[in-house]
Design a protein around this ligand. Structure first.
Ligand code: NAP
Length: 298
């Protein structure tokens, strides 16, 4: 096996643990950090080394990958005192795979470039299943040379890769994806709500429409979870609300009015406030079951 560069992986939650596991299995020496150490234990048991901070992990690697939660987490791990940008060795490649803001991606790229570091913003789509099966779609912004260097790592974690443009273009591509998913989730839930109200068998309706024009990735991934009353994440409601708000902010900055996106943000924010933050996005079903989708949408 050709020698692999040492990789630092920061953020080993639902997505990151599976993604880092694929890198380990592909033979990359791995150093990991996560806020809660216990979520990295399985990787440590398979030979990954532990670091005491994001900056320390980065200082020990040629490539650093981050998969944390929110833009504030991304800012802290990269730009904080003793963080990744400060401590990564010259020439290192830094890849943020968190869904974050295009603006922050540009700020990190500028700070990193001043220190002789390469960056990519490379968020993903494909859900927890895509992370587990290494079938993620990866959309990257940054220099072409950084993308080429990252490709072998991306190939261990996904199966569809796009170099979308310069810094921030990966996050913009991901926002377009989230706007599409917002519509797909409303479509899934309202189609099944209609079928239920009409007295149809939900399993048969879902199966029938899986071969029809209403089918989508969300239909296939989340429909069966709704039918078996499995509302665990998957993809956290709190993270989808974060994404929808970034997409709304970016749309407004572009002078765009997107009423479908606005509606999805209102409904998911309502679900989040009704103790839904830690559930998976398919739990929007519960809001409709309780009749709480009705009224008050501006
Ligand atoms: P998650 O399970 O909450 O994982 C995030 C991990 O990052 C957690 O383990 C968290 O630590 C760690 N973390 C957060 N801030 C940190 C910091 N400052 N230093 C070190 N570690 C830190 O969420 P996820 O589902 O994997 O999602 C991660 C990102 O991918 C999010 O931006 C999400 O929007 C995006 N995404 C998710 C999916 C999906 O289907 N799940 C799909 C595509 C994209 P703790 O363990 O202490 O909480």
């Amino acid at each position: 096996m050709a020698e692999r560069p040492r990789v630092a992986f920061v953020g080993t939650g639902v997505m990151g643990a599976a993604m880092a596991g694929h890198l380990l299995a592909a033979g990359y020496p791995l150093v990991v950090f996560n806020r809660t150490r216990e979520k990295a234990e399985a990787l440590l048991a398979h030979g990954a080394q532990w670091a005491e901070s994001p900056g320390e992990a980065a200082s020990r690697a040629e490539v650093t990958i981050t998969m944390v939660g929110y833009p504030a987490d991304v800012e802290e791990v990269y730009l904080g005192v003793g963080g990744i940008v400060e401590r990564a060795p010259e020439g290192a490649l830094l890849i943020d795979m968190t869904t974050s803001t295009p603006t922050l991606a540009v700020r990190i790229a500028e700070a990193a470039s001043a220190r002789g570091l390469l960056t990519l913003d490379a968020p993903v789509s494909g859900g927890d299943v895509g992370a587990r099966n290494a079938t993620l779609t990866i959309m990257a912004g940054g220099a072409g040379a950084a993308f080429e260097r990252a490709m072998p790592l991306f190939e261990a974690m996904g199966n569809t890769f796009t170099h979308a443009g310069g810094p921030g273009a990966g996050q913009h591509t991901k926002m377009a994806n989230q706007i599409g998913i917002a519509g797909a989730m409303l479509g899934l839930i309202e189609a099944l709500q209609y079928a239920k109200a009409a007295g149809l068998d939900l399993e048969r309706t879902h199966a029938a429409l899986s071969g029809g024009g209403a089918n989508s990735w969300s239909w296939g991934a989340y429909g069966p979870r709704i039918l078996s009353a499995d509302f665990a994440p998957g993809f956290f409601v709190k993270h989808f609300v974060k994404d929808l708000r970034i997409a709304l902010d970016e749309s407004r900055a572009l002078g765009l009015d997107l009423p479908g996106l606005t509606l999805a943000e209102e409904l998911y924010a309502r679900l989040q406030e009704a103790d839904g933050a830690e559930l998976g996005t398919q739990a929007l079903w519960l809001l409709y079951e309780r009749g709480e989708q009705a009224g008050g949408v501006s």
